[in-house]
Design a protein around this ligand. Structure first.
Ligand code: SAM
Length: 304
């Protein structure tokens, strides 16, 4: 391994040597402070028994620390111009494999099977902020692939993730995170910990994946319902869902939704942003019952 990158001058030396300018289009903000990097790895609880997926190793700053702490590290990086840099900074790190590809197109179960014999991975990443939500949703849905996900995100995204139905930041992401995991705040990170400095504060979170969801409902239906509710945020659920919901050719009428809400003792004019995960699950189950009894009709009939 070359000199550790967790000192600002070493990071700048490497960037200068390879003439690298951080690419905005890939969300590149490189960490430069050792205490933050070590803090993230410690928060993730990485040990030599672990195989870690790192998303976006960049110039290898956190990868070096992960290599020291973990048994195996698989790092997925989209920017192939960083290849010569990582060849230097990770020289001798025999437990690190770099895959030059897009994380959103990566087959995660096959990484688990190939690099950790089918045992679950820990994910540790300073995420590219432009695709935080799609990456998080992709990771969370793979509860058989990860035991925990420790990620640096924009502070505002952390607030959305941790929000409850009492907060204005509450939305589909808060619900998805709660459904799949138990979130925890590890540390807050100021812009001065990166080069270039991002315009926003950052927060490191650990999401510990649940073995089973905290509510019982058809997962695909529940999330289709949640998405439709928050797509029409300003509308009441009855109006939003009767116009914005469709799954496998089924749609809902205003009456379906109002009756289901009444069965749950919820007001007819309630908005989605006021419902907890448990209430969304109850609503999904109530609507599902009606669908099975034939109270809801397939959408072609509705359009006539
Ligand atoms: N881990 C490094 C650090 O902490 O200094 C760099 C973090 S930087 C915020 C995000 C990294 O993700 C960059 O290296 C960027 O090139 C990479 N990246 C961006 N989009 C990606 C994608 N779709 N798949 C894989 N890596 C991606």
């Amino acid at each position: 391994m070359s000199a550790l990158l967790t000192a600002p001058y070493e990071t700048r030396r490497v960037l200068d040597k390879y003439g690298i300018r951080a690419k905005k289009k890939f969300g590149q903000n490189f960490l430069i402070h050792g205490d933050i990097v070590r803090g993230i790895v410690a928060a993730a609880g990485v040990t030599k028994d672990d195989c870690v997926l790192e998303i976006g190793p960049g110039i290898g700053t956190m990868t070096q620390e992960l290599s020291l702490a973990a048994g195996q590290v698989v790092a997925v990086e989209i920017d192939t111009t960083l290849e010569p840099v990582l060849a230097e900074t990770l020289d001798g790190c025999t437990n690190v494999t770099i895959l030059w590809q897009d994380i959103l197109k990566t087959d995660l179960p096959s990484l688990r099977d190939t690099y950790n014999g089918g045992r679950r991975l820990k994910c540790v990443a300073n995420l590219p902020y432009y695709i935080t939500t799609p990456i998080l949703l992709q990771l969370l849905r793979q509860r058989d692939v990860f035991e925990s996900i420790t990620v640096m995100v924009q502070k505002e995204v952390a607030e959305r993730i941790l929000a409850t139905e009492k907060d204005k930041e509450y939305g589909a992401l808060s619900l998805a995170v709660r459904y799949y995991s138990v979130p925890r705040v590890d540390l807050n990170v100021p812009p001065s910990s990166f080069t270039p400095r991002p315009a926003v504060d950052s927060t490191v979170l650990t999401l510990t994946l649940r073995d089973t969801p905290p509510v019982e409902a058809d997962e695909a239906f529940l999330f289709a319902l949640i998405r439709a509710s928050f797509n029409q945020r300003r509308k009441t659920l009855a109006n939003g869902l009767s116009h914005g919901f469709s799954q496998d050719g089924w749609t809902l009428t205003r009456e379906d939704v109002v009756e289901a809400l009444a069965a749950l003792s919820l007001p007819a004019d309630v908005r989605g942003e006021k419902l907890s995960l448990e209430q969304f699950a109850d609503l999904a189950n109530e609507l599902e019952k009606r669908r099975k009894c034939g109270n809801s009709a397939p959408s072609p009939a509705r359009n006539e």
